[in-house]
Design a protein around this ligand. Structure first.
Ligand SMILES: [Ca+2]
Ligand SMILES: [Ca+2]
Length: 93
């Protein structure tokens, strides 16, 4: 898991390249099933220093989860990365 540059990041005037954002999301697949559950996403958003991580995770999955399994699969991570801008996380190409 990457340790530098984002651990204490609060989303203020900070940005992450897309590939790094993706690897962070993947690192939070704690049970290794290849998908992010709401619980895993919540932990990830907390790590980003976001408030209301649980609500945000709920909201994001509601919008992004295309196949309705309640989790963010690898395909859906692309949408999650786009969604991150709504939380003030700046993603650069
Ligand atoms: Ca998982
Ligand atoms: Ca899904």
């Amino acid at each position: 898991m990457p340790r530098k540059g984002w651990t204490n990041w609060r989303g203020l005037e900070a940005s992450l390249p897309e590939h790094q954002m993706r690897s962070i999301f993947k690192a939070f697949d704690i049970n290794g099933d290849g998908k992010l559950s709401r619980k895993e996403l919540k932990l990830c958003l907390k790590k980003f220093g976001l408030h209301f991580a649980g609500l945000r995770a709920w909201d994001a999955i509601g919008h992004i989860d295309a196949d309705g399994d309640g989790m963010i699969s690898e395909d859906e991570i692309d949408e999650l990365i786009k969604y991150a801008s709504k939380w003030g996380l700046i993603v650069t190409p």
